[in-house]
Design a protein around this ligand. Structure first.
Ligand code: NAP
Ligand code: MG
Length: 402
C-alpha cells in the first residue's frame, strides 16, 4: 500500500511520562506505516522546557498560529516535587495555560462513545461536549473577610477620575464580600470559538447563565453571544441545519439530564469546571475524553483530556507491565489529521482519521481493552491487554479496514 501523502505539516508537541511512551508507540504502530507523516516537532517534555527556559512552549504555540493545526501529548505542570525531580531552574507554568493564552482559545471536551462502556445516564446516546470559558469570574475574584459592622461598596474609577459606585451591603456584623470581573473581549473570543466549533462539528450549541438574577453581569454574556450570533453566524447555522439555544443554567441542567446528547454545551468558567467533571465521570472514563483548543481565529490544538499518567510511568520504569489506555491520545492524532485533511482538501487523510478511530472503537467493542475499561465495561469476560498489546490490536483492526 502506498502511504497517504501530506502537504502541510502538523505541529507536533511531544510530552511527558507514560503519555510520552504511548506517543512514540502510536507513531510507530498506527501512523508511520500508513501515512507519510509530516510534522514540525516540538519537544515539550519537561527536561527540554527547562533547557530552553520554556521558550519551546511559546515556539510551539507560534507554529500553531503559522500552520493552524497542532497535536499535543500530555505534559507535566511543575509543582514543588517536580522542581527536585527534574532539577528545574524555575517552576515553569502549565504549557496548556501558556498555549491557551497565546491562542486565546476555548477548550472543548467530548467523550468517546463505545458500546460496552455505558454512560451512567441511561438516555445519553451521543456525546455531550463541554466548552468552558477560561477567563475571569470567581477565578480572578478578590475577596475580603468583613470583620464587623460597616458598609461595603463596589467602586469603578474611570481614567478621568470619575467614579461610579454601588452599595453592596450595610453590614451590622461580620461577613464576607467578593469582587468578580470579566472583559468583553474575552467573552467575545469565547463566543466566536463556540460558534466556529459548532459549525465545524455540525452540532447545536447551548449556552446558559443566570441572567434573571445577574441582570448586568450574566446578562452581558447572554447579550454578547446573541449579538455575535446574529451578526456573524446566523446564516451559516441555518445552512448547516444547526441551532443556537440560550436558556437559564438551571433549566439547562435539567434538559441535559433528560437529553440524548449530541450537542455542545458552552459554560461560564465556574459552570464549566463543575459540569465537565460531571459529564466526564458520567460518561465513564477520563481516558476516553478528547480535548481540543479552538482559537477564535480558527487555530486548533488537539490533545487527550487526561494527564501524563505518572503512576503507570513509574511502574514502566520499574520494568513492570502497564495497561494504559491510549484511545484519547490516538483520537488527538486522528482529530488533528482530519482537520489537516479538511484544510488541505486531502480526503485520503480524512478517511484515514475516520478509520483509525473506528479501529479503536471496534477493538474495544470486540472485548479487547485496557484495564481501566475492563473494570467498568458491561462486556462479559473482556481481554485485558497491556499498553503495547492494545495498540497492536488496534493496528490489526486498522490494517483490515485499510
Ligand atoms: P492523570 O495523568 O490524568 O492520571 C490520574 C489517574 O487516572 C491515573 O493514575 C490512572 O488511574 C487514571 N488514568 C488517567 N489517564 C489514564 C489512561 N490513559 N489510562 C489508564 N488510566 C488513566 O493525572 P495525574 O496523575 O494527577 O497527573 C499526572 C501529571 O499530568 C501531572 O504532572 C499533571 O501536571 C499532568 N497533567 C497534564 C495535563 C495535560 O497536559 N493536559 C492534564 C492533567 C494533568 P490509576 O492510577 O488508578 O490506574
Ligand atoms: Mg475541576
Amino acid at each position: 500500500m502506498d502511504k497517504i501523502q501530506m502537504t502541510t505539516p502538523l505541529v507536533e508537541m511531544d510530552g511527558d511520562e507514560m503519555t510520552r511512551i504511548l506517543w512514540s508507540m502510536i507513531k510507530e504502530e498506527l501512523l508511520l506505516p500508513f501515512v507519510d507523516l509530516k510534522t514540525e516537532y516540538y519537544d515539550l517534555g519537561l527536561e527540554h522546557r527547562n533547557e530552553t527556559n520554556d521558550q519551546v512552549t511559546a515556539d510551539s504555540a507560534n507554529a500553531t498560529k503559522k500552520y493552524g493545526v497542532a497535536v499535543k501529548c500530555a505534559t507535566i505542570t511543575p509543582n514543588a516535587a517536580r522542581m527536585d525531580e527534574y532539577h528545574l531552574k524555575e517552576m515553569w507554568k502549565s504549557p496548556n495555560g501558556t498555549i491557551r493564552a497565546m491562542l486565546d482559545g476555548t477548550v472543548f471536551r467530548a467523550p468517546i462513545i463505545v458500546k460496552g462502556i455505558e454512560p451512567c445516564v441511561r438516555n445519553w446516546k451521543k456525546p455531550i461536549t463541554i466548552a468552558r470559558h477560561a477567563y475571569g469570574d470567581v477565578y480572578k475574584a478578590v475577596e475580603i473577610k468583613v470583620p464587623g459592622a460597616g458598609t461595603a461598596e463596589l467602586v469603578y474609577t474611570a481614567e478621568d477620575g470619575s467614579k461610579t459606585s454601588e452599595v453592596i451591603h450595610d453590614f451590622t456584623g461580620a461577613g464576607i464580600i467578593q469582587g468578580q470581573h470579566n472583559v468583553n473581549a474575552s467573552i467575545e473570543s469565547f463566543a466566536r470559538s463556540c460558534f466556529t466549533y459548532a459549525l465545524d462539528v455540525k452540532q447545536d450549541l447551548w449556552f446558559a447563565t443566570k441572567d434573571t438574577i445577574s441582570k448586568k453581569y450574566d446578562h452581558t454574556f447572554k447579550d454578547i453571544f446573541q449579538e455575535i450570533f446574529d451578526a456573524e453566524y446566523k446564516e451559516a447555522f441555518e445552512q448547516a441545519g444547526i441551532t443556537y439555544f440560550y436558556t437559564l443554567i438551571d433549566d439547562a441542567v435539567a434538559r441535559v439530564m433528560k437529553s440524548e446528547g449530541g450537542y455542545i454545551w458552552a459554560c461560564k468558567n465556574y459552570d464549566g469546571d463543575v459540569m465537565s467533571d460531571m459529564i466526564s465521570s458520567a460518561f465513564g472514563s477520563l481516558a476516553m475524553m478528547t480535548s481540543v483548543l479552538v482559537s477564535p481565529d480558527g487555530y486548533y490544538e488537539y490533545e487527550a483530556a487526561h494527564g501524563t499518567v505518572q503512576r503507570h510511568y513509574y511502574k514502566h520504569l520499574n520494568g513492570e507491565e502497564t495497561s494504559t489506555n491510549s484511545v484519547a491520545t490516538i483520537f488527538a492524532w486522528s482529530g488533528a489529521l482530519r482537520k489537516r485533511g479538511e484544510l488541505d482538501e486531502n480526503s485520503a487523510l480524512m478517511e484515514f482519521a475516520d478509520k483509525l478511530e473506528k479501529a479503536c472503537i471496534q477493538t474495544i467493542e470486540e472485548g479487547r481493552m485496557t484495564k481501566d475499561l475492563a473494570l467498568i465495561t458491561s462486556i462479559e469476560n473482556p481481554t485485558v491487554l497491556n499498553s503495547q498489546e492494545f495498540i497492536r490490536a488496534i493496528r490489526s483492526s486498522l490494517e483490515a479496514a485499510l
